[in-house]
Design a protein around this ligand. Structure first.
Ligand SMILES: [Zn+2]
Length: 407
């Protein structure tokens, strides 16, 4: 009996070791402008297969509607919210071109910067039509190891046509290169961007053409997914795959940019098994960065963590539904506790040096039981028309800004 116990222990430790040694790798794919309602009505077998291993989540872009974090439902704005885990009032990308993209604030680091700072020896990769994804959004923050982009400039190989079918051909090339790279080099963190769906939607709106474009996109996803499965089968690797879109569309399907429910509603598919909480409560594009960071074991510096507008989806949060009321130099913060144990710490600062590349000095203003669901903070010793408030609870960190109108 004892011997049996001993062998079980050995077996168990072998299993644990093997599991622990699995190399974690992550890839995220942004498919442009595929609205949630369309995604949910088309039969997409590869998406279904990925979802079966992990989850399909209702998601949103656009920040908090009507509040300081409201962000346009425009492509580059959405990409950069994924890349930085923040909304537009922080990363400062408000559109696709000109000063709307050139005004980007690199002080909010991209996932690639966080990753390469900690793991300079590991490989990062980008596969994209649009060079701006690399040259402007990722910028000089970090040099990527593997890059396939800029194919739209190769008019010999991809002659431009009126119907933008060349963009479909480019997406095919992008997906093929991504799949090949995964099979042969297995980059540790990759971004794939596919554009054709948005072009078709702008031209035809909701139509058979758009449905067809989504199906073609899914075939490209299949190449990537098969490559991931190949790696997982033949190498000691565990891959976290994310597929999402950068915005929804208006009722016609032709336009986007506004704050209607249809334009804000998006979706996320992952092979990562996620708590049922997120399946019921949905999520946002800014949650992808903290989740990938947790999976790849990227240690996010505290000052960066305090700016993140998303949270890791690997664990159910310990609180939600945060409300703040400011009056007479006092701040009341309420929340809904999702667990009984633990403390909530309220940190407050009156500065926003982070935005300029500096550090903010936060003061711990309250430390109360999570189950109390309420805290009142006396701000009389730190008068200001601007506050950043961080609410720290077990496994959860949320931040809010309070911008008071000057009378
Ligand atoms: Zn877009």
């Amino acid at each position: 009996m004892r011997r049996k116990f001993f062998y079980t222990l050995i077996l168990l430790s072998c299993f644990c070791n093997c599991y622990a040694q699995k190399l974690h790798k992550a890839i995220f794919v942004i498919v442009d402008g595929v609205p949630a309602d369309l995604m949910e009505t088309i039969h997409l077998p590869t998406i279904k297969e990925i979802q079966k291993q992990g989850a399909y989540l209702h998601s949103y872009v656009g920040g908090e509607k009507g509040a300081y974090s409201q962000s346009p439902t425009i492509s580059a704005v959405g990409y950069n919210s994924l890349l930085t885990g923040t909304w537009a009032h922080k990363h400062n990308v408000w559109g696709n071109s000109g000063k709307n993209i050139d005004s980007i604030n690199y002080h909010y680091p991209s996932i690639f910067k966080l990753f390469k700072e900690q793991f300079p020896q590991k490989k990062s990769a980008l596969f994209s039509t649009w060079t701006d994804n690399r040259t402007k959004l990722i910028g000089n923050q970090v040099a990527l190891d593997i890059v396939y982009d800029g194919f739209e400039k190769d008019t010999l190989r991809f002659p431009h046509d009126k119907n933008s079918y060349y963009i479909h051909a480019i997406d095919n090339e992008v997906a093929t290169q991504a799949a090949y790279s995964i099979r042969t080099e297995a980059p540790d963190l990759s971004w794939v961007y596919l554009q054709f769906t948005d072009d078709v939607a702008h031209r035809y709106g909701y139509s058979d053409s758009l449905t067809e474009a989504v199906k073609l996109m899914e075939k490209q996803i299949n190449k990537i997914w098969e490559a991931v499965k190949y790696r997982q089968k033949n190498y000691n690797e565990k891959w976290q795959v994310w597929i999402t879109t950068d915005h929804g569309r208006d009722k016609t399907g032709k336009h986007h940019g506004g704050q209607s429910v249809q334009e804000r509603s998006t979706w996320i598919v992952s092979n990562q098994n996620l708590p049922i909480y997120f399946l019921q409560n949905g999520t946002a594009i800014v949650d992808i960065l903290p989740t990938i960071a947790a999976f790849l074991k990227i240690q996010i510096p505290v000052n960066v963590q305090r700016e993140l507008d998303g949270q890791s989806l690997l664990k159910k949060p310990s609180l939600n539904t945060v409300n703040m009321k400011h009056s007479n130099a006092s701040l009341n913060i309420s929340w809904k506790a999702l667990q009984k144990k633990g403390k909530v710490k309220i940190w407050v600062t009156t500065t926003n040096q982070f935005k300029l590349g500096g550090n903010d000095e936060y003061r711990l203003m309250a430390n109360v039981d999570l189950k109390k669901e309420n805290a009142t903070v006396d701000l009389s010793t730190m008068p200001s028309s601007f506050y950043k408030v961080v609410i720290e609870a077990p496994g959860t960190s949320l931040n809010r800004q309070i911008i008071l109108k000057n009378d």
